[in-house]
Write a protein that binds this ligand. Structure first.
Ligand SMILES: [Zn+2]
Length: 349
């Protein structure tokens, strides 16, 4: 099966009332882990690569691996997404490679660190939407600024400094026509999200609910949404790691988000922890081993377990066969004739 439009995956998820995990990849084992989990749970899935991942793996290696995943798993709808594109050029290069979705993160300037102005964000995002939609490619924008830094991308801080303003979110959706919107509700990238179990004072679910009410046709995206479970932290630390205690986003909060318009949930840290824990365990217990397969195989298995669990928790499990993926060219026609228009003034027709 060719790679599928992320928009179609998210529209179907909205119909079915579930969320779709978007899992970051850098290498073959991570892609295989995701596909093993998707196959086992019969889940449609979003695979995503950051700029750092594209650089690390060299674009073409990574993209060919995704194509192999699609070819080997014809029953699984897979969307390939550029995570946190920092400029029009980054998004364009992903689209030229064959990605079916891009994120234009115009909440930050091109350096990926400095918060931009609202007008700058609208301008660059609208330009990406125009280019992408002509080609049937989905666009995710971001309004408000997330906390933390991951892969060199992020403004730092706690995540509470630039919470999304619902009025701005509506104006942004209207002026850009994005398919999906990442909003800042207090979450942060990386492992160190919260220094205690997050509650209403740090996780602004009320803001998310308010935005969904006003933008029912724009799919909401939760970033920095690893749960950072203690069990995974413990395995890393038990075998010589040194992680400080930290809390992620509880799965119940994500599920509350899914009941209120969240369709894409980004998960990276949990998988990183699972992989590292599994590798450390092999190194600690069998120091005589030196064949990379001896630790990459358990690492892949550990990541698969986490991904399969999230697929079940997000509700995407069992939905792989619900619909027939449309060709990207068909999706492009939908953008051209207005039937896929999400702008609040248009989508209400
Ligand atoms: Zn992110």
């Amino acid at each position: 099966m060719p790679l599928v439009s992320m928009r179609q995956l998210l529209d179907e998820a909205a119909k079915g009332g579930y969320g779709v995990g978007a899992f970051n990849v850098n290498d073959m084992e991570q892609i295989q882990a995701i596909m093993m989990a998707a196959k086992e749970t019969k889940s449609p899935v979003i695979v995503q690569a950051s700029r750092g991942a594209r650089q690390f793996a060299e674009d073409l290696y990574l993209f060919r691996l995704i194509q192999a995943a699609a070819e080997l798993n014809p029953e699984i709808p897979i969307a390939m997404h550029q995570d946190h594109g920092n400029s029009f050029e980054t998004c364009k290069s992903a689209i030229e490679l064959g990605y079916t979705s891009v994120m234009m993160d115009g909440s930050l300037k091109e350096d990926g660190k400095t918060p931009s102005t609202f007008e700058e964000n609208v301008e660059v995002t609208r330009k990406v939407v125009e280019y992408a939609h002509e080609r049937g490619v989905t666009v995710e924008g971001e309004i408000g600024v997330l906390g933390g830094v991951e892969d060199g991308h992020g403004a730092g801080g706690t995540g509470l400094e630039h919470i999304t303003d619902p009025d701005q979110a509506v104006e942004f959706a209207e002026r850009t026509g994005v398919d999906a919107l990442a909003i800042a509700i207090g979450t942060s990238h990386g492992a160190y999200k919260f220094n205690k179990k997050p509650d209403g004072s740090v996780l602004k679910m009320d803001v998310l609910i308010a935005i969904h009410k006003r933008l029912p046709h724009t799919h909401l995206v939760m970033h920095g949404s690893s749960s950072v479970p203690k069990e995974l932290q413990d395995i890393v630390n038990q075998y010589g790691g040194n992680l400080k205690p930290t809390w992620g986003v509880p799965v119940e909060e994500i599920q509350l988000g899914i009941r209120n318009g969240v369709r894409k949930i980004n998960v990276d840290t949990d998988n990183r922890l699972a992989i590292t824990g599994a590798i450390r365990k092999v190194f600690a217990e069998t120091p005589e081993k030196f064949d990379p397969r001896d630790y990459l195989k358990p690492a892949r298995e550990a990541m698969k377990k986490v991904v399969a669990l999230r697929m079940t928790q997000f509700g995407q499990a069992g939905h792989a066969g619900d619909y027939k993926p449309m060709a990207i060219t068909e999706i492009a026609k939908g953008y051209a004739n207005g039937s896929l228009d999400t702008r609040p003034s248009m989508a209400a027709r």
